[in-house]
Structure formats: structure tokens, C-alpha cells
Design a protein around this ligand. Structure first.
Ligand SMILES: [Zn+2]
Ligand SMILES: [Zn+2]
Length: 380
């Protein structure tokens, strides 16, 4: 009886492994057309050194499994619920523990950066500072002294979850007058439009980013386990920021963050400034065709998706499809073959789409045109 149950569980484990490998966990994007690289970053995470539930080593191991290129350790400075067990007099300690884990792993490819969450009531709310040298310098009475200390260290600073219901009961993201002044003074450079822990998806925050010239961020704000919260390894991924960088170094990624070259990614949604979202989508999607079949001008065209997210497209072209409605779904790392009614054997196929899962403004999808030449037959 015991032996039999062992056999059953071995089979069950084998099945699980097959399912897991069918959904590659580590995210990877092709390089952009302009030569930049698209790198995955999570700049908002917690461990037991603030109100998280895991030791910092787990944060590093998760990030390596998820294929992240950058991970920030951002404990709450002021909110320390585990203080009785972990006194935490040195606020860099969580980062140092994580760094030891990274170094002893011997793996390359993940940049670990020190950070902190300045945790205040309104009008400041919660503000993250990353690329810190010394988080202890941010333990100040006055929130603005903490922001000044962060900026003095060259930190990148962003407003967290601006639509958090305890601070915004109507769920609409807003910046306080104090935020606006700090942005104007160059002390805040970014804003979260997606926060994975508070289930925050904010088109209002995207609108604020566009209006105030802030860098768009998606973060997990993970406290528990990425696997449990975001189905990592089973087709899901944590919300994160895609950074369009000139290289894979932390310096190049930091420069891209300050330049605002980012896209937030959560579920299949991409949110960001129009040029950045378009750069990512053009990296992901392209058309392929082998030419007109005999006796018809209905052209088979593959819409190829080279990225680890599904796309939902609405056809805006003059041409319609013989085999599908105007709304089509192109699965991750897959392709959809549209039979395009070309109305004649034209040498180029150009298809215009609303990319329904890509937001470039307040409730505004990206529209773009993909095109490719049509190989000509031998004229027989
Ligand atoms: Zn927070
Ligand atoms: Zn947080």
C-alpha cells in the first residue's frame, strides 16, 4: 500500500514537472530593434527585516528563477513589525544578507541593489528609494530630509501605489501638492502604475506619469512568495518593470530609469509612455508570409509573438480575415496565422492593430502597423 502511493506520487511529480516546463518561468525578451536590451527589474520587495514573511535569501533565489536582471531590497524604514525578534538597528542588513546569498550562488546576471521604503502618511505616502549606499541615512524625523538624503546618494526615487485604498478610498491615484513640489525640485523621478501586492493597476497613475514626466514602474511589492501570489512557474509572473537599456550593466539600467525608458508589465498588460510601449511591442511582434497560394489573393500571414506574454489585437486594417474576426489572440512565444483578404496580389502586406493589452495613456491602447514584403511566385 505504501509502495503504491509512492509510485502514484512519483507520477504526479513527473506530470507537474512537465506542466512547469511548458510554461518557462524565467522571463526573456529579444533585443529591441534599435539595439537596446529589454531587462526585467523588480524594484519593490520586502523580507522579514520589515513586514515580509521570508528571509532575504529567498528574495534572491526567486529573482534568479524568475530571470530578473535587477532586484531591489526595499524594507519599510519606519514599519518594523518583527522588531522584537529582529531588532534591525542597521537598515542595510537585509541587503547585505541578500548580497551574501547572491555571491555564494556563483550565478551571474542579477544585479542586486540596496533600497528602502520611506513609509509615511499623507501627503507623502510611501516612497521608494533605490540605488542607496546607506539606508540608515534615511532614518530621519522629517520625510523630506529622508528624500534629500536619498537623492544625495544618487538614488532613484518613486511614489508607491498612489491608488492604495487606505490612502485613496476611491482608488483613484493622485499626487499631493507636496509630491508635485518634490517632483518639480527633482527629488522624485518615478511612479508605480502597477503594484502586485495591492492588486493595483492604475491608468490614473499612468496619466500622472505622462503629465509630470515620471518614469513608469511596475513592481511586485512582494511580502510572501512569488510562487503563491503570482503563479510563477505555472504560466504566471510577478508584476515588474521592463527597462530599455543600452547595456546589461547596473549603470545602464540606472541611466534608463532616470531617462524614463521603461514599461510596466503585469499579467499580459503593458503600460508606459507611447514610444517605450511601442518599442517593446515591435520587439515582440512581426509578420511572416511565404506568398500567395495558387488561385487566390487570400494571403496566409503569420503574426509572430517572440515574447513571454500573450497579445490581444484588434484589426484596424482595410483588409479583413478569412479565418478570424477582427479580435485575435496571439499566445506567448507562438504565432497566429491570419488568412488576409488582400484584394489582389499586392507586394507588401501591412496590418494595423489596436494592441488591446498595451496602454499608452489613460484607457488608450497602442495602435501600430506591422508590415512585410510578400515573396513573389515564379510566375507560372
Ligand atoms: Zn507601501
Ligand atoms: Zn512595500
Amino acid at each position: 500500500m505504501y509502495r503504491k502511493s509512492l509510485l502514484v506520487s512519483a507520477a504526479a511529480v513527473a506530470a507537474l514537472v512537465t506542466v512547469a516546463s511548458a510554461h518557462e518561468r524565467a522571463v526573456e525578451f529579444p533585443d529591441a530593434e534599435d539595439g537596446r536590451v529589454i531587462l526585467a527589474a523588480d524594484l519593490h520587495t520586502h523580507s522579514v527585516f520589515s513586514d515580509g514573511e521570508v528571509w532575504p535569501s529567498i528574495r534572491v533565489k526567486e529573482a534568479q528563477r524568475d530571470g530578473l536582471e535587477m532586484l531591489a531590497v526595499t524594507e519599510h524604514l519606519e514599519h518594523q513589525p518583527h522588531k522584537a525578534d529582529i531588532p534591525h538597528p542597521d537598515r542595510n542588513r537585509s541587503y547585505e544578507v541578500a548580497r551574501q546569498t547572491l555571491e555564494s550562488s556563483g550565478e551571474e546576471g542579477l544585479s542586486l541593489i540596496n533600497g528602502a521604503e520611506i513609509t509615511r502618511g499623507q501627503p507623502y505616502g510611501h516612497i521608494n528609494a533605490v540605488f542607496l549606499q546607506d539606508a540608515n541615512a534615511l532614518l530621519t524625523e522629517d520625510a523630506e530630509d529622508a528624500l534629500a538624503a536619498a537623492n544625495a546618494q544618487g538614488a532613484f526615487v518613486f511614489v508607491n501605489h498612489p491608488n492604495w485604498i487606505p490612502q485613496m478610498p476611491d482608488g483613484i491615484a493622485r499626487l499631493s501638492d507636496v509630491h508635485k513640489r518634490l517632483i518639480e525640485d527633482g527629488l522624485i523621478q518615478g511612479i508605480e502604475v502597477v503594484n502586485g501586492t495591492l492588486d493595483g493597476h492604475s491608468e490614473h497613475a499612468l496619466q500622472l506619469a505622462l503629465e509630470y514626466g515620471l518614469t513608469v514602474l511596475g513592481t511586485s511589492d512582494i511580502h510572501g512568495l512569488v510562487d503563491w501570489t503570482h503563479e510563477a512557474g505555472h504560466g504566471g509572473h510577478r508584476p515588474m518593470t521592463l527597462i530599455l537599456a543600452d547595456g546589461r550593466t547596473p549603470e545602464a539600467m540606472k541611466a534608463a530609469l532616470f531617462a524614463g525608458d521603461t514599461v510596466a508589465w503585469a499579467y499580459d498588460d503593458l503600460l508606459g509612455k507611447p514610444e517605450n510601449v511601442e518599442a517593446v511591442v515591435r520587439t515582440c511582434l512581426h509578420l511572416e508570409t511565404e506568398g500567395y497560394p495558387d488561385d487566390t489573393s487570400v494571403l496566409p500571414v503569420d503574426i509572430v509573438n517572440a515574447c513571454p506574454l500573450d497579445f490581444t489585437l484588434r484589426n484596424r486594417s482595410e483588409e479583413t480575415f478569412q479565418n478570424a474576426s477582427d479580435t485575435i489572440h496571439v499566445e506567448r512565444n507562438d504565432r497566429f496565422t491570419a488568412q488576409v483578404r488582400m484584394g489582389g496580389e499586392k507586394p507588401v502586406v501591412a496590418l494595423s492593430f489596436d494592441v488591446l493589452n498595451a496602454e499608452i495613456g489613460y484607457r488608450e491602447p497602442l495602435t501600430l502597423t506591422l508590415e512585410t514584403g510578400v515573396p513573389q511566385g515564379d510566375g507560372e
